[in-house]
Write a protein that binds this ligand. Sequence first.
Ligand code: PHE
Length: 349
Amino acid sequence: MITTELEQLRAEALASLEQAETLDALREWRVTYLGRRGRLTQVLRQLGTIPPEERPRVGAVANRIKDELEAAYEAREAVLKEAALAVTLAAERVDVTLPGRPVDLGGYHPTTLVLREITSAFAELGFQVVEGPEVEWDYYNFEALNIPRDHPARDMWNSFWLTPGGTEAERPMLLRTHTSPMQIRVMEKFRPPIRVVVPGRCYRYEATDATHESMFYQFEGLAVDEGLTFADLKGTLYAFARMLFGPERRVRFRCDYFPFVEPGCDMSIDCSHCGGQGCRVCGGSGWIEIMGAGMVHPQVLRNVGLDPDRYQGFAFGGGPERVAMLKYGIEDIRHFYANDLRFLRQFRW
Ligand code: PHE
């Protein structure tokens, strides 16, 4: 009897469905029992062999069983899918209460921080920030600054000449030894009144020690106008020192010589590291020289076509690393270029 066969098939299929533990096994089950060439279809093929009056009844049984098996399949599939999801969720569980992994943030170099502070202090005093080339002509680095080729004052700046061998006349380019060449470039380009501050990298061919590096930064300042005096220079630099170091630090001006200023001076701040007692940072003197300065030499004004009887200027040049050493109590300039993260991380912000 077909109906008996159908009932047996039903029982077998339901039992086998219970055994399907995975979605793959489940799919296989479906092909076996409900597929186009599956077991149920095979039984139904025999419908043609039974008397026509019996066919509706047998057909109804077959359809009921087919529906039942399909429903059972879907129910089982739902159960297995849920189980599979539970396994994935357990395996990929995220504890949202765990602290995040720290992201290593970059920070600013202490020289950058101090240079920004310096340039914005001068910006507040009305100075405009400009920059210039690190590879420079002899003319701008020396000659136009009143330092002729054969002048012994050239020994103040040990230079990296860019083409070795020959005489200086044959190799007129060098790595700038100071930012002062920008005084000339600015005066060639702009007419007074001029007020600029120039941060930049400089190079000197000399031995390094706690306060000297062969590559370092400078900030240059230049003001040119009618009627500027040494009082303007001192007033400007006092105001700057107060902004950077606070009103309680002491400032000292002394006579100094630079070929491109007359009169020339340097400015020192009392050493914050030892409080003026004398230590390694200040070389035992209690003072740290942070700037050279002076009134622009009449010859320098003439070199750029300005009449020294009408225009006066003052200029200054300083070392931001020295400023940073004072501000932060750093005792060796070589820390700035050693790239030791233990040092640099102290200045992130
Ligand atoms: N350029 C000088 C130096 O590097 C510093 C300086 C600048 C002095 C401007 C006077 C005026 O030593």
